[in-house]
Design a protein around this ligand. Structure first.
Ligand code: AGP
Length: 604
């Protein structure tokens, strides 16, 4: 979740790079940096937090002749957000920026350290620049050294590298992370990890393919394929709208964010999971000392993530867990005990009600933790400890990827609590860790399923309401499905525990009542089945979501077979998100900015 820019030409390069990074800031903003090589002088700047901090640091700096520059805005994966971990990373006489993950960096780092190299950062990226410089000693030129370096890298990357001895060159490579090379009418050359920074600056672009790499010099672009043969891809014309470029080809931010979930979940897990344990650098185990209860507090979608987690805390960590709606909790004069760990969950970290409950808990002397997507937000600054969900900026008002990452992180926290309190045996923990690794795949959008949901959606545009029903963790998912639908389609929808339907709501059942039934194979399937049969007998229109064939439904969305109910949870999560979006599109409402709502609710 980082952003990359590069420039080579005669124009003032600082502003080109800063402007480009501004367009990419939504992808990550815990730190940023720029390195510029003008004549033989390297100048580099790094700053923590938002881009304006880097801008301020560079206020006095400007270029006046031909220069070569690279820039990066970071969303921390390996290593905390610090200036040392910010890109560009420096070797003896080269700088590198990188987006992606070098999977074998530990092995490479050890090899380089054994050869006497000192590392300054905790990042995987720094191995690239040191490996390059080591290869440089045995090769004819920087390009050959770069080729040798790439041969050793495993994982996903987009890389830009500049080296002092070739002060008119940028070396680049792309494998699994996006990278674009572009030119303007003067022949100056630009790089960026998406279209947006290039719009208004460059006119022609080449979208590099995986495995391509090469170098650019003033007015020259050389691209090579995986076999090392030079290729000459055709230029395309840049789109002209920045907004559509940021949507990366999707119709709405919400759609892009649904599709992004699988990738951002990899970031949520990154560096926090071994085969044997959960590792949270950000949290000290002392946070759990003397704790015999967990209280989770949040609003809206974050509340649904909390409710999901409450099942996992009690089941896996065997610790009492309660969940509170922040706007209720703050006025109920709650009895708080210092044996309780108070956890707030918030995408933005700014929601007024949730923030207030955090203050209350602190004042009452409770230990506090925040699960948040935005570093340096008010809650992150206030809580004793923070775990960042790493979802990247979420633009759609209807929260999707924030929810996915919150549930995953809270599940990891339940396992971390279990391992710290020794309330789970090693074999069971190992199994859960193995299943957690499969969450990104379970959350991947299946194109055929999306198409089917699109077709199905036309049958669900009227009626007197929707019931999303489920049991156990599928009850909070039902609540979340109903919230998604009502906030963007303006149709009335409720989430219900399916066992509760017969205690009242079933009175509403008729063909104009739409029931969306979440029927996982691995959690109370038979119970769920009889609840849905009760509704079917009363002629409610039923859309069943399940991996198991079910003939009492009017519509059936068949999910993949998984080995664990949490994997079924994530696949069904994607389905209810897409269903809400497709119904909304047909109704002609604004998917990303629904009426009456705001992305961050900083008022009571
Ligand atoms: C859900 O789609 C909403 N945007 C809303 O319910 C949101 O989750 C709620 O306002 C809480 O926001 P937070 O996570 O930023 O605290």
């Amino acid at each position: 979740m980082c952003g990359i820019v590069g420039y080579i030409g005669n124009k003032e390069s600082k502003n080109i790079l800063l402007d480009g990074l501004k367009e990419l800031e939504y992808r990550g903003y815990d730190s940023a940096g720029i390195a510029i090589l003008e004549n033989d002088n390297f100048t580099s700047f790094k700053a923590l937090g938002k881009l304006k901090n880097l801008d301020a640091k560079m206020a006095e700096f400007t270029t006046s002749s031909f220069s070569v520059g690279i820039g990066h805005t970071r969303w921390a994966t390996h290593g905390k957000p610090t200036e040392l971990n910010a890109h560009p990373h420096l070797g003896e006489s080269s700088y590198v920026v990188h987006n992606g993950i070098i999977e074998n960096y530990q092995e490479l780092k050890k090899e380089l350290q054994d050869g006497g190299v000192t590392f300054l950062s905790q990042t995987d990226t720094e191995v690239i620049v040191h490996l390059f410089e080591k290869n440089l000693a045995h090769t004819a030129n920087a390009f050959e050294a770069f080729e040798r370096t790439l041969e050793r890298l495993e994982g996903a990357y987009a890389i830009l590298l500049v080296h002092k001895d070739e002060n008119d060159t940028i070396l680049f490579a792309k494998n699994g992370s996006p990278m674009i090379v572009a030119t303007d009418n003067d022949g100056d050359i630009y790089f960026a990890s998406s279209d947006a920074p290039l719009i208004g600056k460059a006119s022609n672009v080449i979208y590099l393919d995986d495995g391509q790499y090469g170098y650019v010099k003033a007015q020259e672009i050389h691209i090579y394929d995986t076999q090392g043969a030079e290729v000459h891809p055709a230029f395309s014309t840049l789109p002209t709208s920045k907004l559509s470029a940021q949507k990366e080809g999707y119709r709405f931010f919400m759609e892009k964010e649904i599709y992004e979930q699988s990738d951002v979940l990899l970031d949520t897990l990154l560096g926090r999971l071994s085969d044997e344990e959960i590792m949270f650098d950000e949290v000290d185990t002392s946070l759990l000392h003397g704790i015999d209860e967990i209280k989770l507090c949040a609003c809206g979608t974050s509340y649904h993530a909390a409710l999901t987690a409450s099942y996992l805390f009690e089941r896996e960590a065997k610790i009492r867990c309660s969940v509170e709606i922040a706007s209720e909790f703050r006025y109920k004069k709650p009895l708080l005990s210092t044996n309780t760990l108070f956890i707030v969950i918030s995408q933005s970290g700014e929601t007024a009600d949730t923030l207030e409950t955090l203050k209350m808990a602190k004042e009452a002397g409770l230990k506090t933790l925040v699960v948040c997507n935005v570093d340096n937000s008010s809650m992150v600054r206030l809580a004793d400890a923070a775990l960042l969900t790493r979802a990247g900026i979420e633009k759609g008002v209807a929260s999707t990827k924030a929810f996915a990452t919150q549930v995953t992180l809270l599940w990891m926290l339940a396992l971390y609590t279990a391992q710290t309190r020794r309330s789970i045996d090693q074999q069971a923990l190992r199994k859960q860790l193995r299943i957690l690794r499969k969450v990104p795949l379970a959350s991947k959008v299946d194109g055929a399923m999306h198409e089917r949901i699109h077709r199905l959606s036309k049958r669900y545009l009227h009626g007197h309401g929707f019931f999303f029903i489920g049991r156990d963790v599928f009850f909070p998912l039902a609540l979340e499905g109903a919230l998604k639908l009502k906030e963007i389609s303006y149709l009335h929808a409720e989430g219900y525990p399916s066992g509760e339907m017969k205690h009242g709501p079933i009175a509403l059942a008729d063909p104009e009542l739409f029931t969306i039934a979440l029927m996982p194979e691995h959690l109370l399937y038979d119970k769920m089945k009889s609840n849905v049969e009760e509704l079917s007998a009363r002629d409610s229109t039923i859309c069943a979501i399940s991996p198991l064939e079910f003939d009492k439904a009017d519509d059936f969305l068949k999910t993949r077979q998984h080995e664990h109910y949490m994997l079924e949870f994530f696949e069904m999560m994607v389905i209810v998100q897409l269903l809400s979006m497709e119904i909304t599109v047909r109704l002609g409402h604004d998917v990303d900015m629904p009426r009456n709502l705001a992305k961050s609710v900083t008022v009571e």
